[in-house]
Design a protein around this ligand. Structure first.
Ligand code: HEM
Length: 250
């Protein structure tokens, strides 16, 4: 079997606290965290349509209250799932007897991607959300993030986003498969095998959405930088563009 669930290890635990510990971190990973992530990636595709569309979809909110609710829906389950994930991260053993080679690889990749996702989300949440809001007094601006995506002036931004979203897409796609098995939604060996295609499809769609959003930021960043360079060189040599004084005199 190729599935990477470790749910059976926890079935002997009893009581509400044990149920919460073993099940809720798993539950919150999909409802609402994965749904929120899909919606966030979809909104970021607006970068392909430019600054106004992106800011309206990603940064602007109808009220501070709506913004606080949105942040809570994303961050509270992320925190719970991360605590749950940490408790499982270090208690695993690849098992070449019960699982196939492919299943073991997926099992290990799920944990490696968790570490990558944790690092990526830490940087992303700080740089794109906390820093602009807390230290600059406004939401992230399209021009700033688009230019940074193109120039990577403040660090390896483009590569971090490309790899970070690769990790997120894998973690959710593969996680969905172990989730449906863990929650008993898919039981038979054949059904689990068929679900593999749903997991692969989820991974590909999430990756396409992520990289589409990054591509939109990158290409607009390139245009903004080119425009700034043209303006700077026009300002440096005003005689090239300005009309010659007295040029109309007879
Ligand atoms: C965008 C954020 C994240 C989403 C949407 C997400 C989603 C998921 C899903 C759907 C699963 C499968 C759950 C199950 O088998 O019941 C999973 C598993 C896992 N997640 Fe996450 N996750 C995220 C971030 C993280 C982070 C930051 C960590 C940090 C430690 C983490 C650690 C883990 C681990 C270790 C597993 C495997 C658990 C096991 O198989 O025993 N995840 N994740």
């Amino acid at each position: 079997m190729n599935v990477t669930t470790s749910t059976p290890a926890t079935v002997t635990e009893r009581g509400p606290a044990a149920f919460f510990k073993t099940r809720m971190g798993s539950f919150f990973a999909v409802v609402p965290l994965a749904f929120w992530t899909v919606n966030h990636l979809w909104n970021n595709l607006a970068s392909l349509r430019g600054a106004h569309a992106w800011e309206a979809a990603v940064v602007q909110h109808s009220s501070p209250f709506a913004e606080a609710i949105g942040a809570t829906i994303a961050l509270a389950p992320l925190l719970l799932h991360t605590v749950w994930g940490f408790s499982r991260l270090f208690t695993w053993r690849p098992n070449a007897v019960s699982y196939s080679y492919y299943g073991n690889i997926k099992f290990i990749l799920q944990r490696l991607s968790a570490v990558g996702v944790l690092l990526f989300l830490g940087a992303h949440i700080y740089l794109a959300w906390i820093k602009p809001h807390v230290f600059e007094g406004h939401g992230e601006e399209f021009e700033d993030i688009a230019k940074e995506m193109f120039t990577s002036a403040d660090g390896p931004t483009l590569i971090v986003y490309v790899l970070g979203t690769l990790g997120v897409s894998y973690h959710i796609g593969n996680g969905l498969q172990s989730w449906v098995v863990g929650w008993g939604l898919v039981g038979s060996r054949d059904a689990v095998k068929r679900f593999e295609w749903v997991a692969i499809g989820t991974f590909v769609v999430l990756l396409a959405m992520s990289w589409g959003g990054i591509f939109g930021l990158y290409t607009h960043g390139r245009e903004i930088v080119a425009h700034e360079k043209a303006s700077a060189s026009a300002a440096a040599s005003p005689s090239a563009s300005a009309p010659v004084a007295g040029g109309n005199a007879p």
